[in-house]
Write a protein that binds this ligand. Structure first.
Ligand SMILES: Cc1ncc(COP(=O)(O)O)c(C=O)c1O
Length: 320
């Protein structure tokens, strides 16, 4: 982060200040910068009608009526694991988006595969590269340091990532992350820029496209690139436009060969194997996942070309 850049936090402060200036919200006193003490069911239900938590990016309207009706049957099923449901909803999503079932894996939210992709495809040798500010919390540990290694540079003058500068700053990255539209700047990376990055990125790396807010924009989704077999992972979630953040439903779409690298990680959900595979019917992640070294590294600055980039590392074994 350089002096002339904005972080998600400062961007949020700006948004909060702007919100405070909006007569409607200010008069209602309903735009909350920090979570209110609503950590009881009754408190949360009360907050549904008069609180917008602008730092949580939730949909204040919640789910639509059809979803609420469908959810009404769930409490009675809560005692069951319902393991096939993940694959069934993934298959439905695949059919609706021109993908094959093996291209889509359902997860408890898109944050899980976001983090898993960082761990699976980046390492200290092959960092994760992105323009900031963006939604980067999934790439950091509890200490705020990168889980693997990160090369970042500021968004361009129009607040969208400059993909050419990004590749110049991080020519050997394992993951190039684009949030499209970007959280928190709301800017869209053009299709042309996405295709350029795909065509020019190093062999073996992946483009991770986070489409959490795609429905709020005119941006074209990258799921068709998944169908074409490109080196791309696309993340989608039910948390935003569908107002189902608490239900934890998200997808990662990619080539089938990408899935094992993601699902092998202890962060990911259980997935049923294809019918041809032997019993047991569902592959549950091992109860004792392989130990992952804790991040202990330090940050170092670096520059690339005329655009200041930041390189941060932590000592972590590469997952290959
Ligand atoms: C850009 C972006 N990606 C992913 C997520 C994670 O959302 P979820 O895990 O609820 O799908 C968020 C949440 O705010 C987000 O803003």
């Amino acid at each position: 982060m350089t002096d002339r850049t904005i972080s998600r936090r400062t961007a949020f402060k700006g948004a909060a200040a702007a919100a405070a200036g909006l007569p409607l919200i200010a008069r209602a006193g309903s735009a909350m910068a920090l979570p209110a003490p609503a950590d009881t069911a009754a408190g949360m239900i009360a907050s549904l009608h008069d609180r917008i938590y602008i730092n949580a990016n939730e949909n204040p309207h919640g789910p639509c009526l059809a979803a609420t009706k469908a959810l009404a049957a769930l409490p009675t099923l809560s005692g069951r694991y319902g393991m096939s449901f993940g694959d069934r909803i993934a298959a439905l999503f695949a059919a609706q988006n021109g993908l094959k079932p093996e291209n889509v894996v359902a997860h408890p939210g898109s944050y899980v595969p976001l983090r898993a992709a960082c761990l699976a495809f980046s390492s200290t040798e092959k960092p994760i590269a992105y323009a900031e500010p963006t939604f980067d919390s999934g790439f950091r540990g509890a200490d705020g340091k990168p889980l693997t290694a990160a090369i970042t540079l500021p968004v361009g003058p129009d607040h969208s990532p400059d993909v050419k500068a990004l590749l110049a700053a991080a020519p050997t990255a394992g993951v190039y992350y684009l949030c499209n539209p970007n959280n928190p700047t709301g800017t869209v990376t053009s299709r042309e820029d996405i295709l350029w990055l795909l065509a020019n990125k190093p062999k073996g790396s992946i483009l991770l496209v986070d489409e959490a807010y795609i429905h709020y924009s005119t941006a074209r989704s990258c799921v068709d690139l998944v169908a074409q077999g490109a080196d791309v992972l696309v993340l989608r979630t039910f948390s935003k436009i569908y107002g189902l953040a608490g239900l934890r439903i998200g997808f990662v779409c990619g080539r089938p060969t990408c899935s094992p690298r993601l699902t092998a990680l202890p962060t990911t959900s259980c997935r049923c194997p294809p019918p041809s595979q032997p019993k047991p019917a569902c592959s549950i992640p091992p109860s004792s996942p392989p130990a992952r070294p804790r991040p202990t590294g330090s940050r170092t600055g670096s520059t690339a070309g005329s655009t200041p980039a930041r390189s941060s590392t932590s000592s972590r074994r590469a997952i290959s």
